[in-house]
Structures are given as structure tokens and as C-alpha cells.
Design a protein around this ligand. Sequence first.
Ligand SMILES: [Zn+2]
Ligand SMILES: [Zn+2]
Length: 174
Amino acid sequence: MSTGMNVGAGKVGQPNTLHLSPEVQQKLLELQQKGIDINNFILESLQKREQEIAERKEEISKQILKREEEKFVKNFMKNSMENSAESSAWKSNERFPTKHIPISARKILHEEFGKKCSIKNCQKPSVQIHHIQRFFASQSHDPRYLAPLCKEHHELAHSADLAYHDIRRKTKQL
Ligand SMILES: [Zn+2]
Ligand SMILES: [Zn+2]
């Protein structure tokens, strides 16, 4: 898929080694000694985490969409009163219900991806929250369609987007 040159080969620490603290090791050992399958236990915990994040993301997404819609309607009304010519609610920045990604969306993304790029196996720090393709249609900060990306993957995402959407050139929102 990519050149594979630097991807995943982080130089900081040893990214492919687990660092379990003595306390965690001790606790897992105790579970194991009780005859509990700790691999299964950890797997279940990880699945639970994923599920929980997905559910909260759904919830946050609903709230954000509701707020964006309210704001959009408000702007639309305001603009059509001020400027009956060609309703500017559909023009440029007016389409953005909010210019900034809501903190709730940022938080859940941080929880899901940590500080790293959201591309699988990419170890680089995320530098930008990217609006994935759907953004062109929805203009929304729905966290389900946001992806923290490293510099390289962000550039890649935009060069791919550009191929499909000339529209990008007009805005520098992202
Ligand atoms: Zn972007
Ligand atoms: Zn990346």
C-alpha cells in the first residue's frame, strides 16, 4: 500500500514491546494463579473498551449533529433575512455550523487513538484531525468521520481528496 519506509519503525523506545508495570504483572499473575484465563480476560477488556468508545462516539455524534443543525437553521434564517438575494447560508464558511471541532469530539478521538496517527500501525504522532470524505457532503464535525493523522498521512489524504474533489482548493479549513 505504501512505501513502507518509515511506517511503524518508531525510534522512540521500543514500540513493539509491552511495558507492564510490576503492579500490573502482579495482578495478572494473581488472576492467572486463580485459574483465570488472562489472555481471554485482557481480550474481553479490550473489546469492552472498543464497544464503550463506539457507544460514546455515537452519543457525542448525535449531540454534535443536533447542535450543528440548530446552528445551521439559525444561520440560515439570519442570512435569508439579511440577504434575500442568494441565500448565503449555502456559501463558503456559512456552511460550517461551527468552525472548530468540538471538544467532546476531540476527547473521544484522543481516547480512541491516543496521541498517534489513526492509520493502523502508524506510530507517528497525530498533527491534524482530518475530516474524512463524507465531510464534503455533510460539512460536519461528527466524530465518526474524523481521523487524527500524522503529517504524512494527512498530506496523503488530501492529495487523494484533491484527485476527487477540486473543491478543496477553495477552502483552507483543514
Ligand atoms: Zn485534513
Ligand atoms: Zn500516519
